[in-house]
Design a protein around this ligand. Structure first.
Ligand code: TPP
Ligand code: MG
Length: 631
């Protein structure tokens, strides 16, 4: 027994948690990010200081961002590691809610330790406290409940022990993982209790590879053998489970083509002749054409988001059925699919065994190969198109340069704006482990890019990390540049300035509202007349902004200068920002797909009425996917 405060016991506990998969063991918490204030400076802050040699502390600049750092790290580590995040009471705590939602939606482990008000209630109401007159047990931290996979408020010292153990179980369970929140009342943090030695000793959490139910595997094989036009949709689960080689082996043996979700992009290298690339609303012509006609869709490690299914319009065969290979029963049950609940790698290996001797219909395979080649030609065309003469380059050209600079081992990080859709289609995936493409598109959270990139680099210091961030995302959360400077994290940030929201501008035009509210322009407040046709941009210098935060900045005025800038960033000892303007309107087209964004049913505007007509026509393609896998 040791007499320790709750915070001291927690820090000692976190420092000795280990995770193991396939016999490989490593530390689960790489350290703790935090911002101190009342509610954590004394309890947890004191403990982190006292035990700084066993659990490294890193100051962050924004609480939301530090959760993104933890999530980026966790994703790069295939969920086998993360950071803890500590905050003060009130605004510091609730600032983490968005980060928690992003982590949970992306199924990434992060441990959140928001400070909380007094368990004794004696000095209440305290600074920054949310008072709920009818319920004294509620605090601002209750906001974490819906966005956490496990939530507990530690109101007595002894409660730390079951809370911490349960937190670890959830964080290391691939089917349950996401944000875990232990709300820590500030008085309890500082309270001492007798802590059993076993609690403070090294503890290993083994991630077992769950095999599928034998009957489910048999039925899956039957469905595949009976299908004429099967298609695999590879999701993030393939990458997290380190199943990319197993996927490739199954594809080589069976000839079944593969489309990829955002999180699964790169699960099969782009040069593979059966790689159709991105699927769904941001998909390629190849994947979307094959999807339209597939009669059996084998989803592996996918949540089936609306971007993947093109809002349930991607799969049009009237008899289409789904096989859902997923470690989480929740996802495996979607689309009336056959739930094959298990680890992606184990299931893919077993499927290859039970399908020995099977080869997909020759015509279907031939079509897939021809479509993949046709897409490669279209890709080459799109990335070679110039912007307006004398104007800035296109985003497609910028992406190609980053892709070339990244090569086989560089990692691309992105999250929101027009880039995710362009990247999903255009990125040439070269890393056989599928770790070169990191686009957070579960929450598509503006501001994720820079902190997410820091997390990735901390997890993979030997690899080059390229963060592509739009001007809108940058303005939402530039502050973590300072963290990258302070921690000497050498990431390359390509800041693409198109003076506003190109993505939402295009979406707004498509629903008849002419880009309303999506350009950075002077407001017409009556004092200075504003010409609505003016193309004048606001006098903001984002490159100077990045410089002022301590980053090295390269201003690239052309594609050639961008290439030089990326080259010059190699080997830097801190973050380098390569600033480049991009053509706002020359976007990458969509390929035979749709996304359900409901348009006003009545309007005085012709443009909206026309858009509504188009919407109703497209909407007719939406399906419910109700066919049973047992008929
Ligand atoms: C936190 C957050 N707020 C709002 C949105 C909605 N949204 C998606 S993209 C976007 C604009 C992004 O602008 P920018 O980073 O400049 O990229 P661009 O669209 O210009 O490529 C907005 C407002 C979001 N995804 N996340
Ligand atoms: Mg922009």
């Amino acid at each position: 027994m040791s007499r320790l405060t709750v915070a001291q016991a927690l820090v000692r506990f976190l420092a000795v948690q280990e995770v193991e998969r396939d016999g490989e063991r490593s530390r689960f918490f790489a350290g703790c990010f935090g911002i101190f204030g009342h509610g954590n400076v004394a309890g947890i802050g004191q403990a982190l200081h006292q035990y700084r040699d066993v659990l490294a502390f890193h100051p962050a600049r924004n609480e939301q961002a530090m959760v993104h750092i933890a999530a980026g790290y966790a994703r790069q580590r295939n969920r086998l590691g993360t950071f803890a995040c500590t905050t003060s009471v009130g605004p510091g705590a609730t600032n983490m809610v968005t980060g928690a939602a992003a982590a949970t939606i992306n199924r990434l482990p992060v441990l959140l330790l928001p400070g909380d008000t007094f368990a004794t209630r004696t000095p209440h109401p305290v600074l920054q406290m949310l008072e709920v007159p009818h319920d004294a047990t509620v605090s601002a931290n209750d906001c974490f409940r819906p966005v956490s996979r496990f939530y507990e408020r530690v109101e007595r010292p002894e409660q730390l022990i079951p809370a911490a153990l349960e937190a670890m179980r959830v964080l290391t369970d691939p089917a349950e993982t996401g944000a875990v929140t232990l709300a820590m009342p500030e008085d309890v943090q500082a309270e001492a209790f007798e802590v059993p030695d076993e609690f403070l000793g090294r503890r290993v959490w083994t991630v077992y590879r769950q095999p599928p139910a034998p009957a489910a595997l048999t039925r899956a094989a039957e469905l595949i053998r009976g299908a004429r036009r099967p298609l695999i949709v590879a999701g993030g689960g393939v990458v997290y489970s380190e199943a990319t080689a197993a996927l490739r082996a199954l594809v080589d043996a069976s000839g079944i083509p593969v489309g990829e979700t955002m999180a699964g992009r790169g699960a099969l290298v782009s040069e593979h002749p059966l790689s159709l690339g991105a699927i769904g609303a941001t998909g390629t012509s190849a994947a979307n054409r094959l999807a339209r006609d597939a009669d059996l869709v084998i989803g592996v490690g996918t949540r089936w988001s609306d971007f993947t299914t093109a809002s349930k319009s991607a799969f049009q065969d009237p008899g289409v059925r789904f096989v859902n290979v997923n470690v989480a029963g929740f996802d495996a049950g979607k689309h009336s699919g056959l739930p094959v609940v298990g680890d992606a790698r184990v299931v893919l290996e077993q499927l290859r065994d039970v399908l020995a001797g099977y080869r997909v219909d020759r015509d279907w395979e031939g079509r897939a190969r021809a479509q993949a080649r046709e897409w490669a030609d279209e890709l080459a065309r799109v990335i070679s198109l110039d912007g307006d003469p004398g104007g800035p380059p296109t985003q497609a050209q910028i992406i190609k340069e980053i892709n070339d600079a990244a090569g086989k081992t560089g990692i691309l990080v992105n999250a929101a704006g027009s880039a995710p859709g362009d990247l999903h289609k255009l990125w040439v995936a070269r890393d056989p482990a599928g770790k070169g493409y990191h686009v957070e598109y579960g929450y598509s959270c503006m501001g994720y890019e820079i902190p997410g990139g820091i997390g990735v680099k901390l997890a993979a210091p030997e690899r080059e990390v390229y963060v592509l961030v739009g001007d809108g995302s940058y303005l939402l959360m530039p502050g973590e540049l300072v963290t990258a400077v302070a921690e000497r994290v050498p990431i390359v940030i390509v800041l693409v300035d198109n003076h506003g929201y190109a993505s939402i501008g295009a979406l707004s035009r498509s629903i008849g509202s002419s880009g309303f509210g999506t350009l950075y322009r002077f407001a017409d407040n009556g004092s200075v007349p504003v010409d609505p046709a003016s193309t004048e941009v606001l006098p903001i210098d984002l490159a100077a902004n990045a410089e002022s935060l301590g980053a090295r900045v390269v201003r690239a005025g052309s594609i050639a200068e961008l290439r030089e800038g990326l080259e010059s960033a190699r080997g830097a000892d801190g973050p380098v920002v390569v600033y480049v303007e991009a053509d706002r309107y020359r976007g990458v087209p969509g390929y035979e797909t749709w996304w359900d964004v409901p348009v006003a049913e009545v309007s005085e505007e012709d443009s909206v009425r026309e858009a509504r007509e188009v919407y109703e026509r497209d909407h007719a393609a939406q399906r419910q996917y109700l066919r049973s896998v047992h008929d």
